[in-house]
Write a protein that binds this ligand. Sequence first.
Ligand code: FEO
Length: 399
Amino acid sequence: MNWRNTIEISKGVYWVGVRDWNRRVFDALIPLPKGTTYNSYLVVGEEKKALIDTVNPGFEKELEERIGKTVNPNTIDYVVMNHAEPDHVGAIPYVMALSDKAQLLTTKTGAKMAQTYFKVPEERIIVVKDQDAIALGGKTLRFIEAPMLHWPETMFTYLQENKILFPCDFFGSHVADGFYDEDLEDLLVYAQKYYGEIMMPYSSMGQRAMEKIRGLQIEMVAPSHGPIYKNPSRILDSYKKWVAGETKRKATIVYVTMWNSTKKMIQPIMETLSSEGVEIVLHDLVSVDVSELAKGLVDSRAIVLGAPTVLGGAHPLAVYAAHLVKALRPPAMFGVVLSSYGWGGGAVKQLQEILASSKIEIVGALEINGPPTEENVGRIIELGRTLAQKIKEHDGNNE
Ligand code: FEO
């Protein structure tokens, strides 16, 4: 791709977005080691022109320049707002100021957000409902409501004639590299991270959306982050498994240790699970990459949490991890909590309380004083065997 070129991804459909190579964090939480993209698409019909989503604030001129390679930005008729988060809507006021006649197409909830957050005047908004369509002349945009994927106002747009689905964040990935899916061999790694971080908490809504688009002929999936899928089955098949909460014989182990006692408790359970044929993903919470953790949780059947007691409760990093696990709502069914304390316990109780409202069944917990004794290690190995048994019993029984 040439610098600041626009790209015709299908007849009359142009990518006019931005690659943000330098962004390193999203939502003040998610690391972006390979940056991200804000994909915006221009659809040129025989009579009307529509822009599907825009870009992050700060990139307005780049967007304008790219649109200008194909049409005069002053002549855009519609701006489709699939989602109201600023990384896609930030440039909407700018685009609508360029084109006086442009009207915003969005859901009812999106209309309120556009007025509140982006000061789009009510008279310039057209509210669309599920399955409404708008004709551009030889091109028809159909709207599919997809609430809570991942905000309440979210919708997808389907371009009937070109058979392209524009699902905004859904099916997205945070990576600036690659333009089409075939350009990036490990794209699904980024897609799985993205799913775990952003969409996993809303898996039931994801299932509904997958059901809604099941009958569509989709030849291309053009999300708002990351490469465009010319081979849609690559991402559609993965999402089918992820939204269904399909898990593997896999355990995510997260721990923090101060003087290695908790680490010495993690070692035997990890070895036991591994020798029982359970795949292990291990994270030291001091250096954990949240997106790696989220990725592993997408298909882990169990979680092991290890933390010392400090200052009267679980180590703060473990409290953070437990809250994160609860919030991400992974499909894991079983858990074990391990802890070591110096002169007073409390970590296990606190972590179990945090996880109590999740669907994770804590199959065992152990809190010990100081480094593990041989007897403690024996108990941990037993816990590992129990957990492995639970994991294996669930084979072929995915939700
Ligand atoms: Fe890419 Fe939810 O914004």
